[in-house]
Write a protein that binds this ligand. Structure first.
Ligand code: 523
Length: 138
């Protein structure tokens, strides 16, 4: 029976970016839905049909932050989402531009200690060990 994933056996992907610059990680504060508003996330969004995850994530970051990026390796584990979707994180390099909150309430750069104290969306909390290790490797 179809359950909303179309004809593909692959789940639809939501991609999220771990952008690290000068030893700090970029967090973005969600404005919606109400139960996530005010919480901080790795910016990103849904990959559209026909897009590679790298192209789709770079598009989302252009739209949300006004920056050009290079999408790199996967980091952390897959997080299953409702509606046959899966959330995946990627290490992303900033190529040009300064991140602006075009679709978020705010953006901020955090070090490992500030990351540990940040109010993250619950899904992104599973990546804390990998994100902390990434920050400490710089
Ligand atoms: N998450 C999430 N963490 C995270 C992102 C980028 C997304 O838990 N870092 C979840 C939140 C939503 C779903 O993934 O349940 C889709 O993310 P969203 O709303 O940011 O994707 P968009 O921007 O593509 O969605 P719409 O434009 O609203 O359709």
């Amino acid at each position: 029976m179809q359950t909303g994933a179309g004809n593909s056996a692959e789940p639809r992907e939501v991609a999220a970016a771990a952008i690290v610059d000068a030893g700090r990680l970029l967090l973005a504060q969600r404005v919606s839905p109400p139960h996530l508003a005010g919480l901080w996330e790795l910016p990103g969004g849904k990959i559209e049909a026909g897009e590679t995850p790298a192209d789709g994530l770079a598009r989302e970051l252009r739209e949300e932050l006004g920056v050009e990026t290079v999408v790199g390796a996967r980091i952390g584990s897959d997080v299953p989402l409702a509606g046959a979707m899966v959330l995946r994180a990627y290490v992303v390099e900033l190529k040009s531009g300064t991140p602006e909150a075009l679709e978020h309430a705010a953006v901020r750069w955090v070090d490992a200690e500030q990351l540990a104290g940040a109010d993250l969306v619950p899904n992104d909390e599973v990546w804390l060990p990998e994100l902390t290790a990434l920050l400490e490797s710089f």
